[in-house]
Design a protein around this ligand. Structure first.
Ligand SMILES: Cc1ncc(COP(=O)(O)O)c(C=O)c1O
Length: 308
């Protein structure tokens, strides 16, 4: 199922100290980011010309960079923020997904001592997109529960946001083989974890649950926990067996890319009446309303587009 559409075609990016179109951004094959998936990243979005929860994303980014021990990036927090603003401003986007990434870089010899690498920092801003198809964001999507398990957290820490994702790749091909598009992965004890690009929630008997461990600490997940308190819905992070997910009254995915996205089918079973549930719809409305709240948002400095 190939396509001529070019991913990233209209975006603007920054790497090796220079702004450039995303289509021109390349890393050398000798970068350990390519050879070992030795990299980390974060993704923040802009809506109506404002970053959403920028400080929370920068906190998580700094956690990832420190844990991976990338110490030669050469950009402090304010400079990183400037580049984020600079990319969105140059792309002229009011609604954008902005990715910031660090790679280990290239070693100084074939012995590949990782300590000899000069780490690489890059950012790119693209038009806003969701982790699932736009009509599924409205009407709901189906997911499959994969046989492939999520990489255990004691092997690769999922709280460091990263592209080492061959578990998701294998699970997605399982989904395609079962006429699905999206897959949720379990841990080795059969508890639900997450999918490529999203956390998951299940509402059962008025209680909202999301997996407590083995997952990225999603910023949208955090927003949902805060909003459910305002709605007086009891919510908690907990272990979530796959059968409890299948038996839930409502299920939804959360991601910076798409917000709160209803799940209306798991494998061959409809969730609830097969349409987005009332709590999901209400949380989604409240989530998007926060995008006008100055406490959660930072205006893009579009004047930076004029800078050299
Ligand atoms: C593996 C994984 N889990 C969860 C999420 C959702 O995190 P956030 O809400 O911070 O976008 C993402 C986002 O890309 C992700 O890659």
């Amino acid at each position: 199922m190939g396509s001529d559409k070019q991913y990233g075609g209209s975006g603007m990016g920054f790497m090796d100290g220079t702004y450039m179109p995303v289509s021109q951004m390349c890393i050398p094959v000798t970068d350990m980011g390519f050879q070992l998936a030795d990299m980390c990243y974060d993704a923040v979005h802009v809506w109506n010309g404002r970053f959403f929860r920028l400080d929370d994303h920068l906190d998580r980014w700094e956690h990832s960079v420190a844990e991976r021990r990338y110490d030669t990036l050469g950009y402090d927090r304010d400079q990183v923020a400037d580049v984020l603003h600079g990319c969105v401003a140059r792309a002229g986007l009011e609604a954008s997904m902005v990715t910031l990434a660090a790679t280990r870089g290239s070693p100084d010899s074939a012995h590949k001592d990782l300590r000899s690498c000069r780490n690489r920092f890059m950012v790119w801003a693209m038009p806003y997109y969701a982790a699932i198809e736009p009509e599924e964001v409205e009407r709901g999507c189906g997911i499959v529960v994969a046989e492939t398990i999520r990489i255990p957290p004691d092997a690769v820490d999922p709280t460091i946001k990263n592209f080492g994702r061959l578990d998701f790749v294998r699970a997605l091909f399982e989904a395609y083989d079962r006429n699905g598009r999206y897959a949720v992965l379990l841990d080795r004890d059969g508890h639900v974890t997450e999918g490529r690009g999203w956390n998951i929630f299940a509402l059962k008997d008025g209680v909202l649950l999301s997996p407590e461990s083995g997952v990225l600490q999603g910023i949208t997940r955090q927003t949902v926990l805060e909003l459910s308190e305002k709605l007086n819905i009891e919510s908690r992070l907990a272990r979530l067996p796959a059968d409890d997910l299948r038996a839930a009254d409502e299920v939804f995915l959360t991601s910076t890319a798409g917000g709160i996205m209803p799940v209306t089918r798991i494998d061959d079973t409809a969730i609830g009446d097969g349409t987005p549930g009332p709590a999901t719809v209400r949380l989604k409305e409240m989530y998007w309303a926060l995008h006008d709240d100055p406490a959660y948002t930072t205006p893009v400095r579009y004047e930076l587009a004029e800078a050299s």
